[in-house]
Design a protein. Structure first.
Length: 399
């Protein structure tokens, strides 16, 4: 098939959404001829990486940038980033239709930054459409809302309202309704869309680590990986350490953000200075080594659509402890690596439950992995099956 992919974020070795875009393009290119529309600033590194992979010869890269004041202002505030993204999607529409006039695509796929409430530029092409995986509908557990603090709570309420308003646009709802296949990250988004034929298919399952397994020996360190912002709940991870009875256990926090000072104050207040280390950002190779040698990854995020850090830990064979909310539990179910899903309650009770899970892995550590652990089904295999489903559904209705 000739496949058109729209991937706003698409760049290797960057983690998060750019990595998902890159892995999706490679997965499709191993089976089909692929054209990808992405941001202009991704083009050079993407083309370089594609030259190193045999599947890269099947990929044509089209760069596009919406050059306006928003391009330069989007880093000032997240709402401006969303506004720029909407403008970018608008600009993609005519590019996609012009490409289709020359190529005559068999399938169109909208991936990365895929939220259920966002505009889809490539939907202008009247061909079988695959959306997602879509996210954006995970809710923070009610009893844990105080962890957001005032600014985080205001942001959460504002985002929820804006997402609902954005999804109410006919230009968005109609695209979701007409897509042949809609992939969603988690049960929350599945329920929000109300399409019983949606497929829960987390994009984090696309992870493919370029890391050499060294047969790490597990220590009693627990890793936390993520931005230090209210939604990632670093404060809950620190609080959990108050209830870990084994004094040998330490928590290493990898990441930076505006909550670092708040976490430093909590560490001092609770006398955890010798058991919690905030190390900031580190090189990805070092990060993978540290995760692979940890007894567990602690991921108490309050509002997570999927969680690439979770998928990376599971791939490295490191157990994951997360809240039973949003996307991380879906990932645990797809890997053979052990994991614990903690039922959210009050901050204190949730922290105690997290600590209990840590204690269980310290008492019975998972064996160190000598090779990457793959999800079931693997991302490429599952995605190609869904492409076939979309093309078959379209053929059945004469599209």
């Amino acid at each position: 098939m000739k496949v058109l992919i729209s991937a706003y974020a698409c760049e290797p070795s960057k983690g998060s959404e750019p990595e998902v875009g890159f892995r999706t393009v490679l997965a499709a290119a191993r089976h089909h001829d692929v054209w990808v529309i992405t941001r202009e600033n991704n083009v050079q590194s993407l083309r370089t990486a594609l030259k190193r992979d045999p599947a890269g010869a099947s990929v044509r890269v089209v760069g596009f940038e919406h050059d306006s004041w928003i391009l330069h202002a989007k880093k000032w505030a997240r709402p401006l980033l969303h506004l720029y993204y909407d403008r970018w999607q608008r600009g993609v529409a005519p590019i996609a239709t012009q490409l289709d006039a020359h190529v005559d695509f068999d399938l169109v796929h909208h991936v990365t930054f895929s939220s259920y409430y966002g505009r889809v530029g490539v939907a202008a092409v009247d061909k079988p459409l695959v959306l997602g995986p879509l996210g954006g509908a995970v809710r923070v557990p009610l009893l844990l809302l105080p962890l957001l603090r005032f600014r985080g709570l205001v942001s959460y309420v504002a985002r929820s309202v804006l997402h609902g308003v954005s999804y109410a646009r006919p230009s968005v709802r109609d695209v979701v309704a007409r897509a042949q296949v809609v992939l969603v990250q988690n049960p929350g988004t599945y329920r929000r869309l109300g399409r019983v034929d949606s497929v829960i298919f987390p994009n984090a399952a696309s992870v493919d680590l370029e890391w050499s397994m060294q047969g790490p020996v597990r220590d009693v360190d627990v890793a936390f990986v993520g931005r230090l912002i209210p939604f990632k709940a670093g404060s809950l991870a620190v609080r959990a350490m108050r209830y870990v009875s084994d004094d040998r256990v330490t928590l290493t926090v990898f990441g930076s953000g505006n909550q670092r000072r708040h976490l430093e104050r909590l560490v001092k207040r609770w006398g955890l200075g010798d058991r919690v280390r905030l190390v900031g950002g580190v090189d990805r190779t070092e990060l993978f080594d540290r995760i692979a040698g940890s007894v567990a990854l602690l991921h108490p995020s309050l509002h997570e659509d999927a969680g690439l850090a979770v998928a990376e830990a599971l791939t490295l064979g490191t157990p994951v402890i997360c809240l039973d909310n949003g996307g991380p539990p879906v990932l645990i179910d797809r890997w053979a690596t052990p994991g614990v899903k903690v039922r959210p309650a009050s901050p204190k009770l949730t922290a105690r439950r997290l600590a209990r899970a840590i204690g269980e892995f310290v008492a019975n550590p998972a064996p160190a992995s000598m090779e990457p652990v793959k999800p079931t089904p693997e991302y490429e295999e599952g995605l190609m099956d869904l492409y076939d489903r979309a093309a078959g559904s379209a053929a059945a209705i004469g599209l």
